[in-house]
Design a binder for this molecule. Structure first.
Ligand code: NAD
Ligand code: SER
Length: 320
């Protein structure tokens, strides 16, 4: 049998949309099965409707498709999570348990679990936070990610599974919209800029958070998953991309669109942002599997504006 054969859960969200295409490019269309609650067209691989809370359905797909790796992306993110804490805890944990159990029972070779900067709490609101700094999350999303990292360690130790985790900062991409996180403003602002609209930030102008351009996030994910097992010594790698505030991002966009304006009306997401690190120490990822981001604020801004402009022009041509 040709390997790997990859199953992705939650494949049509912000990360999955880009990661599915990257995995297809790397391993081929036949090597990827992209699943989510609803089918989305436009991928060259097999796409299936799959609710990851349903362990029997998950197990059936894994057996039928002869899956050897699972990328488990399905989750409720931080801001949405605070609106429905118990449902978030339930969904984020039950889906990961199902993945772990199905992986164990079917001798799955590798599992990818996307963790987050949300594993940290207000005591980590500082620069250059190490991966082994205390984990005191104050969101239910963050608590679920800490629990996920612990369960990954448990399954690795007890059942010799190979579950690998990255703590992504806020992801910035043009391919699709984000799905309810605290860092979503940093994607939304680009859409407003391209559409000639003013932007209202739900975070204060000086609130810095770590972010990462999607190309770098994909590169990190592929590098981590390709690294030899012996190289992986950490569950829950920090990866640092670019730390900036809404005002710094606005200024970077204004270099291209000088008339673009923003106002600041902080809401409940301000408290979540203030409970997360300003920047991360990612030396473990650098040393153990060679992590190195390519995008700084200027390069990311230029690329986002270019790609969204292209998308807008293509969509206008289609509707003309
Ligand atoms: P998203 O909200 O855009 O996508 C999540 C996807 O999961 C959605 O398509 C949704 O339909 C699907 N889903 C929800 N419940 C499901 C279920 N029961 N069964 C199957 N699918 C289900 O989120 P994202 O930004 O793509 O995030 C993907 C993963 O990466 C998540 O685990 C998230 O915690 C993690 N992450 C994301 C970021 C970020 O900035 N986007 C940062 C850190 C970590
Ligand atoms: N970007 C995510 C969020 O804001 C962090 O995991 O929820």
């Amino acid at each position: 049998m040709k390997e790997p054969k990859i199953l992705i859960t939650g494949a049509f969200g912000q990360l999955g949309t880009a990661l599915t295409d990257a995995l297809i490019s790397k391993y081929g269309s036949d090597a990827v099965v992209a699943t989510d609650l609803h089918i989305r067209e436009g991928f060259s691989c097999k796409t299936l409707k799959l609710d990851a809370t349903d362990i029997q359905a998950l197990d059936e797909v894994v057996r039928q498709q002869k899956i050897t790796q699972i990328y488990h992306l399905a989750a409720i993110l931080s801001a949405k999570g605070e609106e429905k804490p118990l449902q978030t805890w339930d969904l984020n944990n039950s889906t990961f348990f199902n993945v772990l159990e199905v992986a164990r029972l079917n001798a799955i070779k590798k599992v990818f679990f996307p963790s987050s900067i949300a594993v940290f709490g207000p005591d980590a609101r500082k620069e250059y936070v190490s991966h082994d700094f205390a984990l005191h999350p104050t969101t239910v999303y963050g608590i679920s990610k800490v629990a996920g990292e612990h369960w990954a360690r448990y399954y690795n130790a007890k059942y010799d599974l190979d579950v690998r985790c990255l703590r992504y900062p806020g992801l910035i991409s043009y391919q699709s919209f984000p799905g309810g996180g605290t860092t979503d403003y940093a994607v939304d602002i680009f859409h407003k800029a391209i559409n000639g609209e003013n932007f209202v930030s739900y975070l204060q102008e000086d609130t810095q958070l770590p972010m990462l351009y999607m190309d770098d996030a994909i590169e990190a994910t592929l590098q981590l998953m390709e690294a030899p097992k012996e190289a992986i010594k950490t569950v829950g790698y920090n990866i640092q991309g670019i730390s900036f505030s809404p005002k710094e991002l606005l200024e970077a966009i204004q270099k291209h669109i000088p008339e673009f304006k923003a106002a600041y009306k902080p809401d409940h997401r301000q408290a979540i942002a203030e409970s997360w690190p300003i920047s991360l120490d990612d030396r473990a990822a650098q040393a153990e599997w060679g992590w190195k981001p390519k995008y700084d604020l200027a390069k990311m801004t230029q690329e986002m504006l270019k790609q969204l402009e292209l998308k807008k022009n293509n969509s206008q041509k289609q509707h003309a």
